[in-house]
Design a protein around this ligand. Structure first.
Ligand code: ZN
Length: 198
């Protein structure tokens, strides 16, 4: 199955996706879709992909943050973002709960807003209750970058994009992110953009 990632403006990205039954999860059709989503995410490459990004209004997403994606990122940045490798896994019908009051603010991108990025504030720690690719119930507790990926993908299943949560004045092309903002502390960026520092 050749999958194409839909871009912002497609109504499917703004609709609440429908839940899957356990029988559906175990069906050949959904199992094949999960395989295709895994290869699509790896080819792109990305660290998460939600079914609505493929034009399918289903409560289904895949996540994987591979160690090889970290080799071009500085140790300081990995540490600041609390980014660690996450093995491939599937989220079905997820419910998300923020744990604690701590927030983290970093530049974030989306395969459905190709070429752009913005500062997005997210909960630092979350708990997700969902079904896995076998239809088994699973509880995930995550902090740092993994928690951000979970929040981003689960937003997709509820018709929300990062642009709904971003600091609008930080919105940038990827090229300008690399040229002007990359590597600067977030508080410095916010003050340069005349944003209130927190
Ligand atoms: Zn996205």
């Amino acid at each position: 199955m050749k999958l194409e990632i839909v871009q912002a403006g497609n109504p499917v990205l703004r609709q609440r996706a429908r839940p899957l039954s356990v029988a559906e999860i175990r069906s050949r059709e959904i199992q094949k879709l999960i395989e295709s989503m895994q290869s699509c995410m790896r080819e792109t490459p990305g660290v998460g992909l939600a079914a609505p990004q493929l034009g399918l209004g289903l409560q289904l997403a895949v996540i994987e943050d591979r160690e090889e994606y970290h080799k071009d990122v500085s140790a300081a940045l990995l540490r600041e973002r609390e980014r660690h490798p996450v093995p491939f896994h599937v989220l079905v019908n997820p419910a998300l709960e923020e744990l604690g009051d701590e927030r983290a603010e970093f530049f974030e991108g989306c395969l459905s807003l190709s070429g752009f990025s913005a500062l997005v504030s997210r909960a630092r720690t979350v708990r997700v209750t969902c079904l896995d690719d076998h239809g088994q119930e699973k509880v995930i507790e995550a902090s740092g970058w993994y928690a951000r990926i979970l929040q981003h993908e689960i937003d997709h299943l509820n018709g929300t994009l990062y642009i709904d949560r971003m600091r609008a004045r930080s919105f940038t092309t990827m090229e300008n992110l690399a040229e002007f903002w990359k590597g600067k502390p977030v508080n410095e960026i916010k003050s340069e953009l005349e944003l209130k520092t927190s």
